[in-house]
Structures are given as structure tokens and as C-alpha cells.
Design a protein around this ligand. Structure first.
Ligand code: KIV
Length: 265
């Protein structure tokens, strides 16, 4: 049995940290799962890190489902969460429930994530009523980039901080099983984490969150168009891959590849 929402809630109750990472395809999802991460998110960040777009706005529901299928095929243990793309849940609660259902039926996910606080409460209620677990996402919500005016820390202003605390309580009340807190001051994340019973999962939310999430390609050094302050790099795979490809090129050009070893008799 995969990690379930009960395991995730239990971790908070027992003070154990929750680990979450994104993945977008079979080989990387297998790596994340075999490493023992609790939750694998097919993030709409794939719009930027896989498709090369400037924002997360343009990725479509069909594209998300395609990637969800690749990921869920690889994952044996983790909980798989599908990230609802822009305009897949904003138009009506009916469409939101339908699209959330597609993640489970067609994409093999166990839950969905969507961006928004109190304003998304009715949508969260409707999706959970359809027996689909929902993870909420507040703070810096990348789908609102044009309204927010950039990828900026949210909640430094006391009024916004108060609103974010109310948002966290509203999504908990609506039935969300966890909340992603993106790019908010560590003290605010601590206050929110104490104020709600459901786990908070930080990305730029500091150490007091119940868990942490990163975009896998940031952690592995595969995406370097920009590196947010909250990212910690654990590898430099882009540089390693360029080096490997250059060595292959040189071997071919100098007649060192293929050698006897790679040739048939
Ligand atoms: O799309 C994504 O990768 C996300 C995470 C950063 C939480 O929403």
C-alpha cells in the first residue's frame, strides 16, 4: 500500500517531518520513490522546467495527465499528487471536480493539489465531497504571477500575513489534508503550522513547517535559468551531463568510440 493521507496526518501528530518532491516522468519518479520520499508531486512547474515556458500558466490538463501517467507508473510507495493546472478548477466547481477526477482515473494519482486559500474553499469542499483528497497551496501561488506582479515573498505585510493565516484555516475547514506554504516568512509559516491540525509543507517557508518540498530539477541542478533563494542544490546534473556528452563527442571525433568492447565479432 502506498503512503496515504492517514500516514501524512500521523507524521504531523508524531512530529515527524514529511518529504515531498516533484517528478514529471518515469525514470525520475522511480529515483524519488526508491529514495523513500513520502509524496511525489506532478507539479505544474513542469511548464517551466520541462516545457521551457516562462510561467506555469500555459500547461494544459491533458499534458498534466500525460505526465501523471508516466509518474504513477513508476511509483510503488509514495503518495502521488497531481497539480491542477491554471483554469482547470477556476471556472466552476463542476469542472474542478471533473478535472480532479481525471487525475485519479486517467493519471493514476492519489490526490490533487490546487492553489488558493479562502477563495478556493468551495472548490476544495466539492472535490473532497467527491472522495478526492486535496492539498492546498497558499503564499506565493505561481498561477497568480500576473496578479502578484512577480515571484515575490508573500506575507511580510501584516495585513497579508493575517489573510494568509485566515486562508490556511479556511482550506483546513474546507477539507484539505495538507497545505503547501510557498515563499512566506519563516515566523509566519511557524504560526500557521501551529494554528492548523493538517500538515504544512514548505517551499521557502522555513524550518518550522511539518514537511518540505522542492522542484526536483532545482535540487539536482538540472534547471538553472534562475535559482530561488529557498533552493538547496544537492547535485549538478546539468554540468555532469554536458561533460558526459562532450566526452562522447570527443571520443567519436578521435576514433576512440566505439572500441573493440562495443563492437560485434
Ligand atoms: O508546481 C510545483 O512544482 C509546485 C511545488 C513547487 C509545490 O507547486
Amino acid at each position: 500500500m502506498s503512503v496515504t493521507i492517514l500516514d501524512i496526518l500521523k507524521k504531523k501528530a508524531e512530529g515527524k517531518k514529511i518529504t515531498m518532491l516533484t517528478a514529471y516522468d518515469f525514470p525520475f519518479a522511480q529515483i524519488v520513490d526508491e529514495a523513500g520520499i513520502d509524496i511525489v508531486l506532478i507539479g505544474d512547474s513542469l511548464s517551466m522546467v520541462v516545457q521551457g515556458n516562462d510561467t506555469t500558466i500555459s500547461v494544459t490538463m491533458d499534458e498534466m495527465i500525460y505526465h501523471a501517467r508516466l509518474v504513477s507508473r513508476a511509483v510503488k510507495n509514495a503518495m502521488v499528487v497531481g497539480d491542477m493546472p491554471f483554469m482547470s478548477y477556476q471556472i466552476s466547481t463542476e469542472e474542478a471536480v471533473y478535472n480532479a477526477g481525471r487525475f485519479l482515473k486517467e493519471g493514476g494519482a492519489h490526490a490533487v493539489k490546487l492553489e488558493g486559500g479562502a477563495s478556493a474553499a468551495d472548490t476544495i469542499k466539492a472535490i473532497t465531497k467527491a472522495e478526492i483528497p486535496v492539498m492546498a497551496h497558499i503564499g506565493l501561488t505561481p498561477q497568480s504571477i500576473h496578479k502578484l506582479g512577480g515571484y515575490k515573498v508573500q506575507g511580510k505585510d501584516p495585513k497579508v500575513a493575517k489573510r494568509l493565516l485566515a486562508d490556511a484555516k479556511a482550506v483546513e475547514e474546507a477539507g484539505a489534508f495538507a497545505i503547501v506554504l510557498e515563499a512566506i516568512p519563516a515566523n509566519l509559516a511557524k504560526e500557521i503550522t501551529r494554528a492548523v491540525k493538517i500538515p504544512t509543507i514548505g517551499i521557502g517557508g522555513g524550518r518550522h513547517c511539518d514537511g518540505q518540498v522542492l522542484v526536483l530539477y532545482d535540487l539536482l541542478g538540472l534547471f538553472n535559468r534562475f535559482v530561488p533563494k529557498f533552493v538547496k542544490r544537492y547535485a549538478n546534473l546539468k554540468a555532469d551531463a554536458i561533460d558526459a556528452v562532450k566526452r562522447y563527442k570527443e571520443d567519436v571525433e578521435k576514433g576512440r568510440f566505439p572500441s573493440e568492447e562495443q563492437s560485434f565479432k
